[in-house]
Design a protein around this ligand. Structure first.
Ligand SMILES: C[S@@+](CC[C@H](N)C(=O)[O-])C[C@H]1O[C@@H](n2cnc3c(N)ncnc32)[C@H](O)[C@@H]1O
Length: 370
């Protein structure tokens, strides 16, 4: 049997030519998302025992789930963030047959409809022009009437993916308010373009299975009883302490779609907000949280199954935290054996990795076996 370390060494994990512009992973922005080659190659090289499934307990925008599906393995994804779960659902479900027609009809109805009350959202006038607020509210009212859940989700996703572009926010990664030339017509046109693009991309995707389950939950509250299948392989990238703020990135998307971003913030592991307050969190809190997660993974994975964790370092109040070494230590304490550790370069063109405060240039792929 070829050792995992030898199998991993067959691949250049930097994937300098990775281009996700026109594939399923490009349908919605997401910070620190996988390039698909990472889960694809881990699933291909390590595999999983028959009758088991792939798990990503921090599935984000669902790259691992899509790759498991493409390889023909059932998958389970868990994430706290409802926008992450929406993206993962739409990416992994069969494309709804009536989606394009529905997108056209909701726009027609929204244009014809009467003035619609805009939901009470904090600081809305700062981030959205009044005209655009009204157009979004009208469109949402029409989408809310759609009966088919898959069609409705695909419509919500099309709207969510363009919300920053039609807002005053400079870009997905810059939180300054600027003036942009958007009006109601261009908003509706952008929505229709996005729906058409989603349809075209979904038509190219040919998964070998549709067995994917997604749970929108705090992983620290999940128990082994919540798992419908036995797990044979985990491929995941956990949040890093004091690095990204997934809740903040999607704050207005959540407000518009009726979720509570503050509740997500409070439960989000690693969020910078927890590291910059009185009695702030420390690396010890992160260690405790990751230990809970690794104990859960130990309980649900079959003997011989592997967990792959992709993680970089972070900086907390000027101190560098070597998260990969910390996780290796915890995994050993829980009972796992380390069978692989690869360091990879993160391409400087990956905008969602540009964190001025952390300067993350490399990350580690850690593999542990039960
Ligand atoms: C590095 S991202 C995962 C990105 C994913 N690999 C992708 O390709 O999109 C980490 C994820 O952990 C999620 N997360 C943070 N705290 C969580 C918690 N308590 N329970 C579940 N998920 C959580 C975040 O919402 C985020 O989506």
């Amino acid at each position: 049997m070829v050792a995992i370390e030898d199998k991993l060494s067959q691949v250049n994990w930097d994937f300098p030519d990775s281009d996700t512009k026109e594939n399923i992973n490009s349908i919605h922005p997401y910070p620190a998302k996988f390039i698909p080659e990472i889960p694809r190659n881990l699933i291909r090289l390590i595999g999983l025992p028959p009758g088991t499934c792939v798990l990503d307990p921090f599935c984000g925008s669902g790259a691992t789930l899509v790759e498991a599906q493409m390889a023909g393995f059932p998958a389970i994804g868990i994430d706290l963030n409802p926008i992450a779960c929406l993206i993962s659902q739409v990416k992994t479900r069969p494309p709804p047959a009536d989606f394009l027609d529905s997108s056209i009809s909701v726009v027609e109805q929204a244009k014809k409809s009467k003035r619609t009350a805009v939901p009470k959202i904090s600081n809305l006038d700062h981030w959205f022009q009044r005209d655009i607020q009204e157009a979004i509210a009208r469109l949402l009212t029409q989408v809310d009437h759609i009966k088919n859940a898959s069609t409705k989700d695909a419509l919500y996703l099309s709207l969510s993916s363009i919300l920053v572009r039609v807002s005053n926010q400079e870009s997905d990664t810059r939180y300054a308010a600027v003036h942009k030339k958007v009006d109601r017509e261009s908003f509706y046109a952008l929505f229709l373009n996005t729906a058409a693009r989603l349809t075209a991309i979904k038509a190219l995707n040919k998964p070998k299975t549709n067995e994917v389950e997604i749970a929108c939950k705090n992983i620290l509250e999940v128990t082994p009883m919540d798992f419908p299948h036995s797990v044979g392989l985990v491929v995941t990238s956990p949040p890093y302490p004091n690095a990204y703020e997934y809740w903040l990135y999607h704050k207005y998307r959540m407000f518009w779609l009726g979720y509570d971003p503050i509740q997500v913030k409070n439960q989000e592991i690693g969020a910078r907000a927890h590291y910059f307050k009185k009695n702030h969190q420390t690396e010890h809190d992160f260690r405790r949280q990751m230990r809970n997660v690794l104990e859960l993974l130990w309980a649900v994975i079959v003997k011989g199954g592997c967990i792959c964790i992709i993680i970089g370092r972070s900086i907390i109040h000027g101190r560098t935290i070597d998260n990969a070494s910390m996780l290796t230590e915890i995994a050993g304490e829980v009972g796992f054996t380390s069978v692989g550790n690869i360091s990879r370069q993160i391409s400087s063109s990956r905008k969602t990795f540009n964190l001025s405060h952390a300067n993350i240039k490399t990350e580690n792929i850690l593999v542990f076996r039960k």
